[in-house]
Ligand binder design. Structure first.
Ligand code: GLN
Ligand code: ZN
Length: 763
């Protein structure tokens, strides 16, 4: 009999109950007991939802982050919080979120103020974890209380519990040595604590423990490979069986290593690593369980159950009881329940599966393998019907779009002239001063904007009233910018709820869920739009707003667009064609918008690629392929304009060293980036590469309410001018100003403009 199991369940709740409970607790509006009660209810409900599985994850629930949980389990708290007294959960939140001493008057002197742990992306997902911190002196000490408590709850509920923990090698690999010491040297100290943890679980009657080692899908050097051997040979004597779980990609050259570690079972991602499975079978020792993740934990599509069975049945014959099946990874990365969706149209809905529906698919596959396909004839037929309807739907297939993609050739992505020639023509038209000033696009999302939007959504404000409210906001932004004396203006993006959703809503091929939330970090969730079909732009999306804004001023107004790569990276995308194919369709649609803006007289067009870097594959060997098509898509979008039209792009990060050649290949006339926090050192990449076009290094951090000093901005720009010729520098903030207040934005920009004037005068 094939066992079915799950690697992890979304913890946030179908209606984001955990989010609201956390935020209310943090605001002091509810008690710790109330928060704990919500946690217990969610765990109970989610275990009940997983009924019928042979093994159910325990310990996957978290009040903030499973990696931070692991740090607490291992007693690895950052030095700055080790003197903490008070409630353990509050201390946990202090590490997660940081705390200013002012909020904590009782602990002002002892343990009040503390910086939050650093946060970073969990592999190539949009989930962010709290980075474990190490120093040469880091010591570990077991605290199994959280796991034991959840295990006891699970037992009381009759759950077939499989505790889930982050494995020791991955734990070290994803952490950071604060003193640049060798993290791997800590392995020796770490392993006894893991051994103690496993024995503690065994004492509770646990048979299987899932130990997550996703680092195995990345490129590992010899030291890290060796660490795997050391770790698992030492944990071999544990009194539980270990299921070593890998996911997010194929094992490739780590296959031999993973197959031969002394554990009882191995889980692999058989969605993104399907081709890897057969070679792995030949490496796997004859006693070992192989768990195949056959249902994608990363997307929202129904699984092709017949195709999976065609592939699985011979493996089941070969492996017998040693075959288990599961989702490819934790279901943390998908929304909870499709059944809640009321507005999603029935056709698109019939193609989708969220976490609960994916578990249903798993049960069906389990029965097929145990009892034969006849036992689930109806389910298979319904699944096949939905899939073939999707394949044939005219909403998925638009021959005109496919033909346009097929016609893409190199000239589509090429400007008329090289940068230098363009720059001269643009300068003649735009007549900008040296060190021109601009902003990144959005201005504060005021209470008025939010109110108008919610009234409009609720049907209490009509279309005309909504448009008028947004126009009033645009006018306000333009007036403020003129007052401030900025050189290139923006309309402020009042009409946009979100930089991806706004465009998705206007494109054919996109759908939106009501409750399709996925945890991004802590209580923060995102609701990625669903790209389901060929992308077509039925009509212009931004031209009216931008031309209205331009009509209010004689200064150049930037047309603001989100680029194809960012739209793609922040959506749930199709699984029936490569990502690059969807991206090209988006590129053609946004290109048409660019050309319409140009036709309408807009002379500066910014195409944001905030998330370009996020799409980098986990393995470096695959980076170039991604960068090639991503850059091509940007170029298709941007480069159809005349020389006189100035193209800007914006990126929300600062690590450019390893991708600078691709950034340059995009050939935007101007790029604005985040640099203020690094003291302009990040411009080194641009200097070393001799980046040829214009750059606006962000001169102040918009994430902080602090108003930057003029002298500081001047100083930063002087540093920038040591690296990039002053003629090619712009002066702008780090990112959009949507999260700030006008009362912060006005003085900050006033100082920025004053700094630019000082620089000009000195030049
Ligand atoms: N134009 C967008 C804004 O200003 C860019 C946001 C971003 O880079 N994340 O809000
Ligand atoms: Zn940004």
């Amino acid at each position: 009999m094939t066992m079915i199991h799950n690697l992890g369940f979304p913890r946030i709740g179908a209606r984001r109950e955990l989010k609201f409970a956390l935020e209310s607790y943090w605001k002091g509006e509810s008690s710790r007991d109330e928060l704990q009660a919500v946690g217990a209810q969610l765990r109970q409900r989610h275990w009940a939802d997983q009924q019928g599985l042979d093994l159910v994850p325990v310990g996957d629930f978290s009040f903030y982050d499973q990696v931070l949980d692991m740090s607490f389990t291992l007693g690895n708290l950052p030095g700055r919080v080790q003197g903490f007294h008070g409630d353990a959960l509050d201390n946990y939140f202090r590490v997660a979120r940081g705390r200013s001493a002012l909020f904590d008057p009782q602990h002002l002197l002892c343990c009040g103020g503390v910086a939050a742990g650093e946060m970073t992306k969990w592999f190539d997902t949009n989930y962010h974890y709290i980075v474990p911190e190490f120093t040469v002196g880091t010591q570990f000490k077991l605290d199994a209380s959280r796991l034991l408590a959840q295990l006891a709850e699970a037992k009381a509920q009759g759950v077939r519990a499989k505790p889930v923990i982050v494995g020791p090698v991955t734990y070290l690999a994803i952490g950071k040595a604060k003193d640049d010491s060798d993290k791997l040297a800590l392995l020796e100290r770490l392993l006894p604590v893991y051994a103690e943890l496993l024995d503690t679980l065994a004492a509770q009657g646990v048979e299987w423990v899932q130990i997550d080692e996703p680092i195995l899908v990345t490129e590992l050097d010899a030291d890290w490979q060796h660490a795997f051997n050391v770790a698992y040979h030492q944990l071999k004597s544990a009194k539980v069986k270990l299921l070593l779980a890998t996911y997010f990609g194929p094992l490739l050259d780590n296959g031999y290593l993973a197959a031969n570690l002394p554990v009882a079972g191995l889980h692999v991602d058989a969605v993104s690593g399907r081709d890897d499975v057969l070679p792995l079978l030949n490496l796997l020792p004859a006693h070992k369980v192989l768990s195949l993740g056959v249902i994608s934990g990363r997307n929202i599509w129904k699984t092709d159950l017949t195709a999976v069975l065609d592939w699985l049945e011979p493996l089941a014959d070969r492996l017998g009881d040693r075959l288990w099946i599961a989702p490819s990874c934790s279901l943390l990365h998908v929304p909870v329940d499709l059944a809640q969706e009321r507005k999603l149209d029935a056709e698109v809905k019939s193609w989708l599966a969220f976490a609960l529906q994916k578990l249903d698919e798993l049960r069906v596959l389990g029965r097929a393998l145990s009892d034969g396909r006849d036992a689930i004839k109806a389910e298979l037929a319904a699944n096949a019907a939905a899939l073939s309807a999707r394949r044939a739907s005219p909403r998925v297939n638009n021959p005109a779009v496919q033909a346009a993609v097929a016609r893409i050739d190199a000239h589509l992505g090429r400007r008329e002239s090289p940068y230098a020639a363009r720059a001269a023509k643009q300068a003649a038209i735009l007549k900008l001063p040296k060190y021109p000033t601009t902003t990144i696009g959005s201005f504060p999302q005021t209470a008025e904007i939010r109110h108008a939007r919610s009234e409009f959504k609720a049907g209490r404000l009509d279309e005309a009233g909504y448009q008028a409210a947004m126009r009033a906001e645009i006018e306000r932004s333009v007036r403020e910018q003129e007052q401030l004396g900025l050189d290139v203006l923006v309309h402020g993006e009042a009409e946009r709820n979100d930089m991806v959703e706004y465009f998705g809503e206007q494109l054919d091929g996109y759908a939106f869920s009501q409750f399709g939330w996925v945890q991004s970090y802590g209580s923060r969730c995102v609701k990625p739009p669903i790209l389901f079909g060929d992308i077509r732009r039925p009509r212009a999306m931004t031209v009216e707003w931008i031309t209205y804004a331009q009509s209010l001023t004689s200064k150049p107004m930037k047309g603001m667009l989100t680029g194809p790569v960012t739209i793609l990276n922040w959506s749930f995308v199709r699984d029936d064609q490569p990502r690059s194919a969807s991206c090209k369709q988006l590129a053609l649609a946004i290109r048409d918008e660019v050309l319409d803006l140009e036709k309408a007289g807009v002379r500066v067009i910014q195409i944001d690629e905030a998330a370009l870097r996020e799409g980098l594959p986990l393995r470096r060997s695959q980076w170039q392929e991604y960068l090639d098509w991503a850059v091509e898509c940007f170029r298709i979008t941007a480069n159809g304009v005349r020389d006189e039209t100035q193209v800007h792009t914006h990126m929300c990060y600062s690590e450019f060293n390893d991708i600078i050649a691709s950034i340059a290949a995009m050939d935007a006339d101007v790029i604005t980036i985040e640099t203020s926090r690094s003291d302009m050192e990040l411009l080194d990449a641009f200097e070393n590469f001799q980046y040829p076009n214009e750059i606006g290094p962000g001169v102040y951090d918009i994430h902080s309410p602090n108003i930057p000093a003029r002298e500081h901005i001047v100083q930063l720009m002087k540093k920038a001018a040591e690296r990039v010729p002053a003629e090619r520098l712009w002066v702008n903030p780090d990112c959009g100003l949507k999260t700030r207040q006008w009362s912060e934005v006005i003085p900050a920009l006033a100082r920025m403009v004053a700094a630019a004037r000082e620089l000009r005068a000195a030049a």
